[in-house]
Design a protein around this ligand. Structure first.
Ligand SMILES: Cc1cc2nc3c(=O)[nH]c(=O)nc-3n(C[C@H](O)[C@H](O)[C@H](O)COP(=O)(O)OP(=O)(O)OC[C@H]3O[C@@H](n4cnc5c(N)ncnc54)[C@H](O)[C@@H]3O)c2cc1C
Length: 297
């Protein structure tokens, strides 16, 4: 069984947190690619790996199974994502119990997006939870879990302004959150401003920037659109100039991500969280470019 993640301990020992996000694959081939990635990531000794949680029963079962396998069969610390989408409080309690039974002790507590897509109005399950902050409280009440939450450098798409988001992040910390991971973003200044606002609102927990190295131009533009992040025009132009050469796109993606990661660390970020899309090549190359090598040891 993995211990609850103690990021405070990692950071107070003078280290930074480095982590990777994975998703549960739907096919045998996806599973093979994922496990190859898991083994390559394992060699880097990251602080944790997180596994996303989708809408619908079978994907959710896969998240429980995959985080359990990571807890049992690898040296990695798994962080299981969990959302409030389409589930009653009792059903959510059931999933938290399954995580505990699988040896998973750290949960990323999220509200989730409306199943009908971003832009439609969020409606909580009649017997469910309205906001992520309630999920933080619920997970905390059910045992010795460590809890992470989401943060949004460019603001959550439903929020009136960035100050509101900062107050919500502070509420999540007061409810028991230990750390936050950000939505993907492309401008360092958005992260720095968000951390300043969160600090002013009373947040002291580590806020780890989420980074997605570009590997495919159309895909990153779609992700940026879906998450409400701005893919800056000047950056888009650099990628479009090499868009016909997939190798050149990957190389530029590594160069841009490594530069951004260095700037974030220089600005005081407590670590980096990589959105891998289950492939390790770009993230490992970013590591190498940053001179990180094997990590926490
Ligand atoms: C690192 C990361 C990982 C993610 N992983 C997943 C995943 O695995 N599966 C998935 O489906 N989605 C995932 N998401 C997406 C996430 O579920 C959505 O962005 C969702 O829209 C917001 O989730 P939240 O936890 O921030 O919600 P909340 O904190 O509930 O915020 C949602 C909105 O409500 C507002 N709000 C919150 N609390 C209050 C309050 N008390 N009073 C007034 N307003 C309030 C917020 O300001 C915001 O506008 C992830 C996002 C991130 C950043």
């Amino acid at each position: 069984m993995s211990a609850p993640l103690d990021l405070g301990e990692v950071l107070s020992a003078g280290r930074r947190s480095f982590s990777f996000e994975l998703f549960p694959p739907k096919t045998d081939e996806g599973e093979r690619v994922l496990w190859q990635t898991v083994r390559e990531i394992e060699a880097l000794k990251p602080t944790f790996v997180s596994v996303t949680y989708g809408a619908g029963g079978s994907t959710q079962d896969r998240t429980v199974r995959l985080t359990g396998e990571i807890a049992r069969d690898t040296t990695l610390t798994p962080v299981a994502h969990l959302t409030c989408v389409g589930a009653s409080r009792e059903e959510i309690r059931g999933v938290i119990g399954q995580y505990a039974a699988e040896g998973v002790r750290t949960v990323l507590a999220l509200r989730g997006d409306p199943p009908t897509g971003l832009g439609s109005t969020w409606q909580a399950h009649p017997g469910g939870l309205e906001h992520a902050v309630e999920l933080v409280e619920l997970v905390r009440s059910l045992g010795s879990f460590s809890v992470g939450v989401a943060a949004f450098p460019e603001g959550h798409p439903e929020s009136p302004d960035l100050d509101h988001d900062a107050r919500v992040l502070a509420l999540k910390q007061r409810a028991g959150a230990d750390f936050a991971i950000t939505q993907l973003f492309f401008r360092v200044e958005d992260y720095v401003r968000m951390v300043d606002l969160a600090t002013a609102a009373g947040c002291t927990m580590p806020i780890i920037p989420g980074i997605m190295p570009v590997t495919n131009v159309a895909q990153i533009e779609r992700f940026a659109d879906l998450s409400g992040a701005v893919f800056p025009v000047a950056l888009a132009e650099r990628f479009h100039a090499v868009a016909d050469d997939s190798e050149a796109v990957i190389e530029l993606g590594v160069e841009v991500a490594a530069q951004m990661c260095q700037q974030l660390l220089d600005a005081g970020a407590p670590g980096l969280h990589f959105y891998t899309l289950n492939r390790s090549r770009s993230t490992i190359e970013v590591y190498e470019a940053l001179g990180l090598g094997a990590l926490t040891g």
